[in-house]
Design a protein around this ligand. Structure first.
Ligand code: TRH
Length: 358
């Protein structure tokens, strides 16, 4: 089988992050020939630096194509996925109308209830005889599930048992006896107060920040560190190495979509900076997730308060102290949360759906 996946990079790394991860998994675990069309190779090269700036290349078995104009005359594969509703070239859609592949719009991840009824909804093309299917990743059994590689949790456990000490050394050491935090996020008005709280807190904290906007912001607030806080700026790593950072730290700050999911697989306490949308509607999405995640967790209020404060709603200092108090139970909660969700993988749901279709 050949699958075409189209990725239009809007901003940051989430669009390409999800498209690349899915492409790799379909190819490596299911033997599917994937052609990934990307309109911004620079973003792709940030998360896969081994790649090149060329029109066609093979990376980890995936055929990666620079998507530009004019669009080449290629026959569509058996499945065509447009990631996040991007617009597939018209000439290609016309060819799809003849070849009749399964056409999927892979949507953004949301824990909102409406996803359940929208998942697998169809939309006929206004002119051509072909139908698009909306495919929603999600947390409910009747959604598309989440991206997770087959042996991810096993690799995580092996790393934590054997490999994390070496990794910590490679990252500059000094993890022992301190609370280690990874901080990946957008610029954040709450950062200054949070760093201040950490510096003045009782616990020693090592905060690892991948290069980027929030690293620059942190540097401008505290160069290197102050009080009980050490700030360490680390390189932005290839995508498959990012998990190691999450596994090696005690608490992870994540953002967007893909890192948000990876933090859940890490099974550690984490905090999500959601991608901001107009008129604050992202807060509904944040709350929908919190409702699920905190449903059977006794300290849900502390989690909710801290996550809200990190997303601009509330005072962060006190919220951090409450969050930290429930850290241990949040760790075991995260473990069972990851286990519970791990048997509903997005790639296999897509494959099941394509088998039913074809
Ligand atoms: O980068 P993000 O904020 O992405 C997005 C986009 O903004 C998108 O338009 C928006 O719609 C979406 O969020 C909700 O965050 P995300 O999704 O976590 O993607 C980051 C990717 O970068 C992820 O695949 C992990 C990867 N990464 C690395 O490869 N190396 C690194 O060092 C780090 C920190 C991340």
């Amino acid at each position: 089988m050949t699958w075409d996946i189209f990725c239009n990079v809007i901003d940051n790394f989430g669009d390409i992050g999800v498209s690349w991860r899915l492409s790799r998994q379909l190819c490596e675990e299911f033997g599917i020939e994937v052609r990934l069309w990307v309109d911004d190779l620079d973003s792709f090269l940030r998360i896969h630096p081994q790649g090149k700036r060329v029109a066609v290349q093979h990376c980890c078995g995936v055929e990666v194509r620079a998507w530009g104009e004019p669009f080449p005359e290629v026959a569509p594969g058996e499945v065509v996925i447009e990631a996040f509703g991007c617009l597939i070239p018209e000439s290609f859609v016309a060819r799809m109308a003849q070849a009749k592949p399964l056409w999927i719009n892979l949507e953004y991840l949301s824990a909102e209830e409406w996803v359940r009824s929208a998942h697998l909804m169809q939309s006929p093309h206004p002119r051509l005889p072909i139908v698009k299917h909306f495919f929603f990743p999600g947390f409910f059994p009747d959604s598309g599930g989440l991206l997770i590689e087959r042996d991810l949790l096993k690799s995580r456990d092996a790393f934590i048992a054997d490999g994390s000490a070496q990794y910590r050394e490679r990252m500059g050491g000094g993890f022992e006896g301190r609370l280690c935090v990874s901080l990946f996020g957008y610029g954040n008005d709450a950062l200054e107060c949070l760093l201040q709280t950490w510096a003045e807190g009782e616990e020693e904290i090592l905060c690892l920040i991948p290069e980027g906007k929030i690293a620059d912001q942190a540097k401008s607030i505290v160069a290197g560190g102050m009080g009980n806080l050490e700030i360490r700026i680390i390189p932005f790593v290839p995508q498959e190495q990012y998990d190691l950072l999450l596994w090696a730290c005690d608490i992870n700050f994540v953002r967007g979509e893909d890192s948000f999911v990876r933090a859940q697989w890490a099974g550690k306490p984490f905090v999500w900076q959601i991608y901001p949308q107009e008129e604050g509607i992202h807060m509904q999405k944040l709350d929908a997730f919190l409702d699920l995640y905190c449903e059977d967790f006794p300290h849900g209020d502390a989690v909710r308060k801290f996550w809200h404060a990190w997303n601009g709603d509330g005072e962060i200092g006190g919220a951090w102290r409450e969050f930290l108090r429930c850290r241990e139970s949040l760790g075991s909660h995260g473990e069972s949360w990851a286990k519970r969700l791990s048997n509903h993988g997005l790639a296999s749901s897509l494959l099941d759906f394509s088998c039913r279709f074809g």
